[in-house]
Design a protein around this ligand. Structure first.
Ligand SMILES: Cc1cc2nc3c(=O)[nH]c(=O)nc-3n(C[C@H](O)[C@H](O)[C@H](O)COP(=O)(O)OP(=O)(O)OC[C@H]3O[C@@H](n4cnc5c(N)ncnc54)[C@H](O)[C@@H]3O)c2cc1C
Length: 575
C-alpha cells in the first residue's frame, strides 16, 4: 500500500461515515429520495455504539408534559450553554421522531393502557424517556437498519475512513481502506457526512465501545477546521466499579438509591430535592466527593452502592433485565439481592465538530464548509451545551441524523456539482499507513494508550485544576513525541488490527489535547466541566462556545463563538 496506483475511486451523490443511528437515519432519507448513497463504517452497522443505549429516548408524550418543558429542562441541564434554537427544533420534533421510529418497527415498551411507556430520568421535570426495556438503542437501531437496507443503502462495512478530501473550502469525499485486505479507495461525493459517534475511550474508566476513538475529530482538525466545546465530557454516575461498564440511569429512574460506606443516603447533602435524579454532573461529583473523603465502598474504596433491593423484583426483571445481567457478569452482584458497586465513568462527549442547526459543518463561528455535514455524537449542534440530559442523545442522533439527510437531499436537488477526486487524494492516508508500518522504534501502542487514558481520568476527569490540566497537557505533548517512535508487529494486509489501533491512538492523542486545552482556558465551572480552582459559573466571560484549531505541530489556538439564547435567560441552577 505504499503508492497510489491501486487506489480505486468510487463516485456517489452522498457518502456517510458511520452507521449508528445518525448515519443510518441520514442514509435512509437520501436513498429514499433517489440519491446514490454509500455508508462507510469500521464495524458492522448493528455493532455501532447506538446499539448499547439502554435507558431511553426522550419525547414529551405524557399528559402533563409539554415540548416547552422539555426545552427548558434541556437548556437548564446544559447549564445554559446549549443553542436554544437547536434545542427547540429537537424538542418540538421529538414526539414525531418517536412515532417515526415506531412505524419503522421499533418495539417500545407499553403502559397498562397500551400507550408508549415513559419513565423518569435525571434532570427532567416529568417522566419522558420512552424505552424498549433496557435495550432501547438496539431496538431502534435494528428497526432503522432494516428499513434503510430495504430502501437500498449501500454499506461498506469494515472499511476504515482515514482522511477527508477538503480543498478550497469544499469537501468532496473521503479516503478509506478495507480492513479485511487493506485495499485503499477514494469515495468521491457531492456531499459528505460524518456520523462517527463518541470518543470517551480517551479515558481509563469509560462506558464506551472499543470503536469510540473519535477518529473523525482529528481528521477534521488536521485540515485546520475547528472543534467546538471539547472540554465538556460527561461522566455518568453509574459505571460498574472497576470496569466503567454502564448501569443505565434507568436504575435510578426506577427508584435506585445511592449509599456510601456509612450507609448514608448522601444525595440528601448535594441535591436535597432532586436526590438521585439530579443531573449527571451533580451526581457524579457527589459520588467522587464521597470517595475522596474516604466513604467509598469496594475493594479499593473507589465506589459507592446503588441499592434496588427495595423495589418489586418484577420491576427489575421486566424493565432492567440487561442491567441485572451486566452486574452479575462483571461483578458477581445480583441487584435483586444486594446493592451493587458503581462509580463515575466517562460516558458522553458534548463537544465535537461544530455544525449549524441544519447540520452543515462550520469553518469558524460564522462560515460553513460546502458539501460537509455532521450529526450525532461526533457533532456539536449544541443541544447539550455543557451537560447532556439522559435520553436526549439517542434522540439527537436519530433526529438530527434524519435532518442532515433531508438537508443533503435539498442541497443535491439544488444541483451541487461533483468536484472530481484523483488517486493523489489518497496520498495522505497512504503515507500515514506507511509511516506506522515502517516505524521501527521501541514504543508500544497499548502502553501509550494506557498512559493517555490514566492521565485523562486522573487529571482531566470529574475534578480539574490548572495544575492537573497543565500536567496532562505536557504529558500529551510527550506522548505525541513518543508516538513517532512506535513499532507494530503485524506488517500484513489482512485484518491488521495493530495498524488500526495505532491510527486510532494518533487520533485519541490529538483530540484529547483539545479536551485538556479547552478545560484549561475555561476558567469557570459549568455543567460537566468542574474546575476546583474556579468553582463558579462565570457567564460574563464564558457564556461562549469554545472553537479550537490545531496546526501541523499540534499547537492549539482558540476563539469564542456566541451562544444562541431565545426563550430562557441564564439562571443559577438549584436542585
Ligand atoms: C453504554 C451506553 C449507553 C447509552 N445509553 C443511552 C440512552 O439510554 N439514551 C440516550 O439518549 N443515549 C444513550 N447513550 C448515548 C447514545 O447511545 C449515543 O450518543 C448515540 O447512540 C450515538 O449515535 P451515533 O450515530 O452518533 O454514533 P454511533 O452509534 O456510535 O456510531 C458511530 C459509527 O461510526 C463508525 N465509525 C467511527 N469511526 C470510523 C472510521 N474512522 N471509519 C469508518 N467508520 C467509523 C462506527 O463504525 C459506527 O458505525 C449511551 C451510550 C453508551 C455508551
Amino acid at each position: 500500500m505504499s503508492n497510489n496506483t491501486n487506489v480505486r475511486i468510487y463516485e456517489y451523490d452522498a457518502v456517510i461515515v458511520g452507521a449508528g443511528l445518525a448515519g443510518l437515519a441520514a442514509a435512509k432519507e437520501l436513498t429514499e429520495a433517489g440519491k446514490r448513497t454509500a455508508v462507510i463504517t469500521k464495524l458492522h452497522p448493528l455493532r455501532s455504539h447506538s446499539g448499547a443505549a439502554q435507558g431511553g429516548i426522550n419525547a414529551a408524550l405524557g399528559a402533563e408534559d409539554s415540548t416547552e418543558l422539555h426545552e427548558f429542562d434541556t437548556v437548564k441541564g446544559s447549564d445554559y450553554l446549549a443553542d436554544q434554537d437547536a434545542v427547540e427544533l429537537m424538542c418540538t420534533k421529538a414526539p414525531e421522531t418517536i412515532r417515526w421510529a415506531e412505524h419503522m418497527g421499533a418495539a417500545f415498551s407499553r403502559d397498562a393502557e397500551g400507550n408508549i411507556a415513559i419513565r423518569p430520568f435525571g434532570g427532567q421535570s416529568k417522566p419522558r424517556a420512552c424505552y424498549a426495556k433496557d435495550r432501547t438503542g438496539l431496538a431502534v437501531l435494528q428497526a432503522i437498519y432494516e428499513q434503510a437496507f430495504r430502501a437500498g443503502i449501500e454499506v461498506f462495512d469494515e472499511w476504515y475512513v482515514a482522511d477527508l478530501l477538503y480543498k478550497n473550502d469544499k469537501v468532496y469525499g473521503v479516503s478509506a481502506y478495507n480492513i479485511r485486505n487493506s485495499e485503499p479507495a477514494i469515495f468521491n461525493a457531492k456531499v459528505v457526512m460524518f456520523a462517527t459517534g463518541g470518543h470517551a475511550r480517551a479515558f481509563r474508566f469509560n462506558s464506551n465501545a472499543h470503536a469510540n476513538t473519535g477518529d473523525s475529530l482529528s481528521i477534521v482538525a488536521r485540515h485546520g477546521l475547528p472543534l467546538e466545546d471539547m472540554e465538556f465530557v460527561q461522566f455518568h454516575p453509574s459505571g460498574l466499579g472497576g470496569s466503567g461498564v454502564l448501569i443505565s440511569e434507568a436504575a435510578r429512574g426506577e427508584g435506585g438509591r445511592l449509599f456510601n460506606a456509612l450507609g448514608e443516603r448522601f444525595m440528601t447533602k448535594y441535591a436535597p430535592n432532586a436526590m438521585e435524579l439530579a443531573s449527571r454532573d451533580v451526581v457524579s461529583r457527589a459520588i467522587m466527593q464521597e470517595v475522596r473523603e474516604g466513604r467509598g465502598v469496594g475493594k479499593d474504596k473507589q465506589s459507592v452502592n446503588i441499592d434496588l433491593t427495595h423495589l418489586d423484583p418484577q420491576i427489575i426483571l421486566t424493565r432492567l433485565p440487561e442491567l441485572r445481567e451486566l452486574a452479575i457478569a462483571f461483578q458477581g452482584q445480583d441487584m435483586l439481592k444486594e446493592p451493587i458497586h458503581i462509580s463515575a465513568t466517562a460516558h458522553y462527549s458534548m463537544g465535537g465538530i461544530p455544525t449549524t442547526i441544519n447540520c452543515e459543518v462550520r469553518k469558524n463561528p460564522i462560515q460553513t464548509v460546502e458539501g460537509f455535514y455532521a450529526a450525532g455524537e461526533c457533532s456539536c449542534v449544541s443541544v447539550h451545551g455543557a451537560n447532556r440530559l439522559g435520553a436526549n442523545s439517542v434522540l439527537e442522533a436519530l433526529l438530527f441524523g434524519r435532518h442532515a439527510g433531508e438537508n443533503m437531499v435539498k442541497k443535491l436537488n439544488e444541483g451541487i456539482k461533483l468536484k472530481k477526486a484523483t488517486k493523489e487524494d489518497a496520498n495522505q492516508m497512504l503515507e500515514e499507513i506507511r509511516r506506522i508500518k515502517t516505524s521501527n522504534g521501541n514504543e508500544r501502542v497499548s502502553a501509550l494508550r494506557a498512559e493517555l487514558q490514566a492521565g485523562m481520568t486522573e487529571k482531566a476527569g470529574v475534578f480539574r485544576t490548572k495544575i492537573s490540566l497543565e500536567e496532562q497537557l505536557s504529558h500529551i505533548n510527550a506522548l505525541l513525541q513518543r508516538f513517532k517512535n512506535i513499532r507494530i508487529d503485524d506488517k500484513s494486509n489482512t485484518f491488521n488490527t495493530d495498524l488500526q489501533e495505532a491510527i486510532e491512538l494518533g487520533h485519541m492523542l490529538e483530540f484529547s489535547k483539545f479536551i485538556v486545552y479547552g478545560a484549561l482556558i475555561r476558567e469557570e465551572s459549568r455543567g460537566a466541566h468542574f474546575r476546583e480552582d474556579f468553582p463558579k459559573r462565570n457567564d460574563e466571560k464564558f457564556l461562549k462556545h469554545t472553537y479550537a484549531y490545531m496546526d501541523n505541530e499540534f499547537n492549539i489556538t482558540h476563539e469564542w463563538g456566541d451562544v444562541v439564547i431565545t426563550k430562557f435567560e441564564p439562571k443559577e441552577r438549584s436542585y
